[in-house]
Design a protein around this ligand. Sequence first.
Ligand SMILES: Nc1nc2c(ncn2[C@@H]2O[C@H](COP(=O)(O)OP(=O)(O)OP(=O)(O)O)[C@@H](O)[C@H]2O)c(=O)[nH]1
Ligand SMILES: [Mg+2]
Length: 398
Amino acid sequence: MNAEKFVAPTMKEALAKVKRTLGEDAIILKSEKVKAGGLNFLRHDLIEVTAARPEDVQDSILTGPDFAETFESTMTRQQDQELPPRPRFEIALLKDEIKNLRDELLIIGNRIKHNKLPDMPQELARFCETIGESGVDKTLAIDMVQEALIQLGPQELISAEAVEGYLLRKLSQVMRPAPAVEIRRKAPYKIALIGPPGAGKTTTLEKLATDPVAYGRRKVGLISLDTNRMAAIEQLKTYARIAGTLLEVVYQPDQAQIALSRLANCEIILVDSAGISPQDNERLSSLKQFIDALDPDEIHLVLNSTIRDEELRLACEKFREISVSHLTFTRLDESLRRGYLLNIAGAAQKPVAWLGTGQNFTGNIERFKPELLRTWILHSPQNDTANRQIGMPTSPIS
Ligand SMILES: Nc1nc2c(ncn2[C@@H]2O[C@H](COP(=O)(O)OP(=O)(O)OP(=O)(O)O)[C@@H](O)[C@H]2O)c(=O)[nH]1
Ligand SMILES: [Mg+2]
């Protein structure tokens, strides 16, 4: 077989050479990139096309599996001259084009990894930067942006709305909202609040029991497990007296059933617990016994959103042994970088229920909604500083 090799900087030029030398019916046997020296292989690669005249390759086609496709196209043309010739050159060009696209995607992916933002579509680059600034874990942000690059079409990638919508959906898969409680008629629905010292457990419990956006309109009963400090019991007793709410104090796990039976007519039972340092394994095990005895429907790990990412992560890890079902964040009115909360929700893999936004019993608690991620993460965190400066104490997170 008389095959010839044609080398050119691009596939198009190589094929033009093939046509000139071997004619329109030439058969492409192989095309590949060959190195032309130099360090930057992308710039200096050449295309080498191996081709032959049809009459020179027929025997090889019949026996060589590599040539089966080319043979089929040649035979089809010979049998039916009416059909337009198969666009052999175009197919070769397309294959080359697809290969180049794949190479380019890899390069773009690597560039994002190294933060060479100018190579990304403008909208995506902007969001990549804002997500990073909000405190979201860098790897998580890069993964999301890379996925957007692959999933979104060219038109969507240049539309701020489409990119924002896509990223918002992705973010809300990591930080999921907890579904609202379905109040049962027969037995009270039990919610326990646990967490590190000073996280805002008691305040959150008082807000949940008082605010109509939570359970303020329901018949609520309280249980306190925080029996180490007299001041803690007194604080809750005072609240219960003023709010007209039943309160039971449980000193030992075996008293849990008695307390529950006394509150059997309530629709909701809220359980307060003593703050426990994530390092204190002994007290964590003791709390677990109380919680097991009460068997709550929901166990909320209450976390102060102003403390550092790594401390929040540690709390999530240590409180895991008490079968946390939800996360509830406090002090949103004081936190600047709310992207951290997404990292915590992602690490804990638990839905987020409530957000504390101030010290008042009413108007300072709300359910977490995915739309909040738009202002927390996709738009400049500088907005928060501006809000505080112009004094927006009751709606700092919207
Ligand atoms: N600004 C603000 N302060 C809050 C919020 N939630 C709680 N606090 C304050 O945080 C402090 C501690 O709140 P507590 O409810 O006593 O915290 P705790 O987790 O019960 O504390 P321990 O029982 O000691 O573990 C109090 O001064 C609360 O007023 C909030 O959402 N925003
Ligand atoms: Mg407390």
